[in-house]
Design a protein around this ligand. Structure first.
Ligand code: NAD
Length: 287
């Protein structure tokens, strides 16, 4: 049984832990904020209940998956026995480099260290360790338990065996891997963020409402969800961080964050997670 440790128990981390546990991994979840751990477990429990109701899992399978998840507040204990670590902390290069350096000292030398970064340099994250060959990007999509893609981001030094282990893990999780060379925003964020930023500029310029722009992409282009709704789901703070990074690295004006995005982030309107972004997201009352 693979011993998987997920560092960061937020929007992405809880979902990664869930799919890891369903795949049969002995899964440990840790977070710098202890309160994030209980919240993550509650979200996993709710998702699993939903999966049972929809007939995707039996009640026994859901219970077994939940039983494979352990919450551990300190990273030292959480990562010590891991074969495979997936990092899902804030989108900040220095924070990730620091964590990878710590993990490098903690886990066995043959353990794989994967980052769920949406855009940052996997090469630079790997460079914080003495095992760059065992480091790669594993870019999951939100919501993790629904979205089928995982972008595997390899840098020049990622070894074939590491890529093979990551592909195997992705398939075990019931998802499809694509392999992308390390470059800012990889394949998915680079294209997806530009679409989202342009849609925000159109809202700003009064070209159409957020709803109508999204509908244009959904009904006209067959996108399952319009770019503004996607941005709200991802989190506007996350999108802003990615846009700023792409703009710094790749320069093009189409990566520059529009004012409306900065204003919303400053006002704490971060999308679904705060109840408001380009849309209103009413919080569900507990039944
Ligand atoms: P989030 O803010 O929901 O969760 C991040 C969690 O990490 C928080 O609970 C925070 O307490 C914890 N954390 C921060 N620093 C830490 C540290 N040093 N050690 C341990 N825990 C720490 O963020 P998220 O949306 O889950 O994003 C996490 C990562 O996944 C980011 O790199 C982001 O770019 C990437 N990502 C996000 C999405 C998305 O749709 N939100 C999609 C793909 C990838």
């Amino acid at each position: 049984m693979t011993r998987l440790t997920v560092v960061g128990a937020g929007t992405m981390g809880h979902g990664i832990a869930q799919v890891g546990a369903i795949a049969g991994c002995d899964t440990v979840v840790t977070d710098a904020r202890a309160e994030a751990l209980d919240a993550a477990l509650a979200r996993v429990r709710a998702n699993l209940e939903g999966a049972v109701q929809r007939g995707k899992l039996t009640a026994d399978e859901a219970e077994a998956a939940l039983g494979r998840i352990t919450l551990v507040p300190d990273v030292e204990t959480a990562a010590r026995d891991a074969d495979f670590v997936v990092e899902a902390i804030i989108e900040d290069l220095e924070a990730k480099r620091q964590l990878f350096s710590t993990l490098d000292d903690l886990v066995a030398s043959d353990a794989v260290l994967a980052t769920n970064t949406s855009s940052l340099s996997v090469t630079q994250i790997a460079g914080a360790t003495k095992r760059p060959g065992r480091v790669l990007g594993m870019h999951f999509f939100n919501p993790v338990h629904i979205m089928k893609l995982v972008e595997l981001v390899v840098h020049r030094g990622t070894d074939e065996a590491t890529l093979g282990r990551a592909k195997h893990m992705v398939v075990q999780m019931g998802k499809h891997p694509v392999v992308v060379q390390d470059s800012p925003g990889f394949a998915s964020s680079r294209l997806g963020v530009v679409l989202g930023l342009e849609a925000m500029r159109m809202v700003e310029a009064g070209v159409a409402t957020a709803e109508d722009i999204d509908k244009a992409m959904e009904l006209g282009y067959g996108h399952p969800m319009g770019p503004l709704k996607v941005s709200d789901l991802v989190g506007l703070d996350v999108r802003l961080a990615i846009a700023d990074y792409l703009h710094r690295e790749l320069k093009g004006a189409h990566y520059a964050a529009p004012e409306v995005l900065r204003r919303k982030v400053q006002a704490g309107e971060l999308g679904k997670k705060t109840g408001k972004g380009f849309y209103e997201w009413p919080t569900k009352k507990p039944s």
